[in-house]
Design a protein around this ligand. Structure first.
Ligand code: 3PG
Length: 395
């Protein structure tokens, strides 16, 4: 695909798809990571004399404009991060948008209203994509985290204008390529989270692509069940025991080690400070639930991290939101961060919860790459095509 290095930007109207779907608290942006991720692209285009027209969605308004999901609430935060004024237009297509674009000078930045206020965005209809494309000379996609959606502003428009990857998109794709495309082996994947059901395709894809698959969090309980181990009151999905067996068989066939907890931390309820103890994974009492993996299991996970040249991480190892059940997640994240600093481990993490867990462990700065994506990172782990990326490759 083409990048900003290939684009002639001076004097051009450049439509830039960014992901401004950021967390808000009390009407203010509470985490500006995604804005910081796209700032280099915006500033580079503006510095080269391009007119930057930002396209973004916020929330899931399903084609219905509403004040709470207006991007006008984000304008100040974008301006603060990029360090230049940002104008705003009340619509992303039509007369208002056209007038706002017509009034721009070289180097100006304009944010257009939520693309999802038009049903044509999610339908990816021709007319909507054409109305967007009309506003610009070039299109740059810098929103990897929205690239799993075949929408007007991520896919349709890229077929109508010369299309380029922005710097954040480029960095995401390079990191992902280094982790699963052409990785240095051994590759170890750590996959956690509550449910197998949300990550079946991830586990299936990884089980034939990585050298070891560490399974933690609630989903490990379903795998323990599949091995005939009783898990007491733990969160588990008995319906997926067969799926878990299939994944283990596939891993076995392709020489991928499946790493399950050998000891676990249990409590009678899921509550902060609940009395907890460590037991063997095959000795969980009937009235107890597994809330974290135990010290021996942490040592095993860290041992795999020591062997790895490449680490892919998605999902916590325990119920990390409630201490002390964050112990394993924090310990393994710290260990991976240290191996990245001292032993050249290539560590790539992604997914909303994962990023919070790494922050909690103070480990995110040391990881080689932390993706800004949630759903798109998962779809990539599933080995699925990402429409917003594929269309750039065709261009
Ligand atoms: C995200 O927050 O992961 C992206 O912005 C995509 O949002 P969506 O899941 O509503 O498409």
């Amino acid at each position: 695909f083409r990048t900003l290095d290939d684009a002639d930007l001076a004097g051009k109207r450049v439509l830039v798809r960014v992901d401004l779907n950021v967390p808000m608290a009390d009407g203010k942006v509470s985490d500006d990571t995604r804005i910081r991720a796209v700032a280099p692209t915006i500033n580079e285009i503006a510095d080269k004399g391009g007119r930057v027209i930002l396209l973004a969605h916020f929330g899931r308004p399903k084609g219905q404009p509403n004040d709470a999901m207006s991007l006008k609430h984000i304008v100040t935060a974008v301006g603060a991060v990029i360090g230049r004024p940002v104008a705003f237009a009340d619509d992303c297509i039509g007369a208002d948008a056209e007038a706002a674009v017509a009034g721009m000078q070289d180097g100006d930045v304009l944010l257009l209203e939520n693309t999802r206020f038009h049903a044509g965005e999610e339908k990816n209809d021709e007319a909507f994509a054409a109305a967007l494309a009309k506003l610009g000379d070039l299109y740059v996609n810098d929103a990897f985290s929205a690239a799993h959606r075949a929408h007007g502003s991520t896919e349709g428009i890229a077929r109508k204008l010369p299309a380029y990857a922005g710097r954040s998109m480029q960095r995401e794709l390079e990191a992902l390529e280094s982790a699963l495309g052409k990785p240095e082996r051994p590759v170890v994947a750590v996959i956690g989270g509550a449910k197998v059901s949300s990550k079946i395709d991830v586990l299936e894809n990884l089980s034939s692509n990585v050298d070891a698959l560490v399974i933690g969090g609630g989903m490990a309980n379903t795998f323990l069940l599949a091995k005939g181990v009783a898990v007491g009151k733990s969160l588990a999905e008995p319906d997926l025991v067969e799926t878990a067996r299939r994944i283990m068989a596939a891993a076995d066939k392709s020489g991928c080690a499946i790493v399950l907890p050998v000891d676990v931390v249990v409590a009678s309820e899921f509550k902060a400070g609940a009395a907890s103890r460590t037991v063997d994974a095959n000795a969980v009492p009937d009235d107890q639930m597994i809330l974290d993996i135990g010290p021996q299991s942490i040592a095993t996970v860290n041992g795999w991290i020591d062997k790895a040249k490449t680490l892919v991480w998605n999902g916590p190892l325990g119920a990390f939101e409630v201490p002390p059940f964050d112990t394993a997640t924090v310990a393994a994240a710290k260990h991976a961060a240290e191996r990245t600093r001292t032993a050249g481990l290539n560590s790539v993490a992604g997914g909303g919860e994962t990023v919070s867990a790494l922050h909690l462990a103070g480990a995110s700065d040391d990881f080689s790459f932390v993706s800004t994506a949630g759903g798109a990172f998962l779809e990539w782990l599933e080995g699925k095509p990402l429409p917003g990326v594929d269309v750039l490759r065709q261009g």
